[in-house]
Design a protein around this ligand. Structure first.
Ligand code: S3P
Length: 214
C-alpha cells in the first residue's frame, strides 16, 4: 500500500479524491477503498464487549480502545471500586443476586458517558434490563470462544466465583448452552481464538468500519 502513488493522496475524500484520481489515472473506487482502509472507525456509541469468562473481553477491549483512541472501562473493576471489595468477596458476603444488582447499576452509569470500550462481565448481558440498555446505548460485540480455549484461559486465575463450585468445565459447558443463544443477539459476533489478540482487534475494527459504511 505504501508504494501506491494514489494512496499518498488518499487522505482526501469525495470530490477531491475524484480529481486526484483523474490526474493520476487511478479509479475513484480504488482511492476510496484505500481511504477507508486507513481510516479508523469513529463510533458514536460505546462499544460493549460481551461473552463468557475467558473470552478475552478485558484484554481485547484494552487493545481495541488503544487502537480507536477512546477510553477503556472494565465493568467488573468498576463494580469492585464501587463496592470497595473484590468480586469473590461480594459473592461471598452478599450473594450473586446483590452482585447482579450492582452490575446492572454500574453498567447503566457507564453507558451514560462518552463513547468508550466497555468490557462487561460474562453474566451482564443475561440480565434483561442490562441487555436492553446495552442494545440501545452501545454497539454490542460478542467475543465467541470455544470451551477448550475458555478453560485454558480461566484456569490461569482463581477469581471467578461461578467456577469455584463443582466441576468448572461442566459449569462452563452449562453456561455455553444457556448463554450463547443470548450472546448471539449482539450486533457483531467475532471469534476470539488462539491467535494474536491484535488479529482479533483487526477483525473488530473491520466490522466496525463495515457497519459505519453501511
Ligand atoms: C461472571 C463473569 C465475571 C464476573 C463474575 C460473574 C459470569 O466476569 O462478572 O465472576 O457470570 O459469567 P468475566 O466474564 O470478566 O470473567
Amino acid at each position: 500500500m505504501g508504494s501506491c502513488v494514489d494512496c499518498v493522496l488518499s487522505s482526501h475524500y469525495g470530490a477531491h479524491a475524484a480529481i486526484v484520481a483523474a490526474h493520476t489515472g487511478a479509479t475513484y473506487q480504488h482511492l476510496v477503498m484505500h481511504v477507508n482502509e486507513n481510516e479508523l472507525p469513529r463510533p458514536d456509541r460505546t462499544i460493549a464487549l460481551v461473552g463468557l469468562m475467558g473470552a478475552g473481553k478485558s484484554t481485547i477491549g484494552r487493545r481495541l480502545a488503544a487502537r480507536l483512541d477512546i477510553p477503556f472501562v472494565d465493568a467488573d473493576t468498576e463494580i469492585e471500586a464501587a463496592a470497595g471489595s473484590t468480586i469473590p468477596e461480594i459473592f461471598e458476603r452478599h450473594g450473586e443476586a446483590a452482585f447482579r444488582d450492582g452490575e446492572r447499576r454500574v453498567i447503566a452509569r457507564l453507558l451514560r458517558g462518552k463513547p468508550k470500550v466497555l468490557a462487561t462481565g460474562g453474566g451482564a448481558f443475561m440480565n434483561a434490563d442490562t441487555r436492553q440498555r446495552l442494545k440501545t446505548r452501545a454497539i454490542t460485540i460478542w467475543l465467541r470462544a470455544d470451551l477448550n480455549l475458555l478453560m485454558t484461559r480461566v484456569s490461569k486465575r482463581d477469581n471467578r466465583p461461578l467456577l469455584k463450585q463443582g466441576d468448572p468445565r461442566a459449569t462452563m459447558e452449562r453456561l455455553i448452552a444457556e448463554r450463547y443463544p443470548v450472546y448471539a443477539t449482539a450486533d457483531i459476533v467475532i471469534d476470539s481464538n488462539e491467535g494474536p489478540h491484535e488479529a482479533v482487534v483487526d477483525r473488530i475494527v473491520e466490522s466496525l468500519r463495515e457497519r459505519e459504511a453501511a
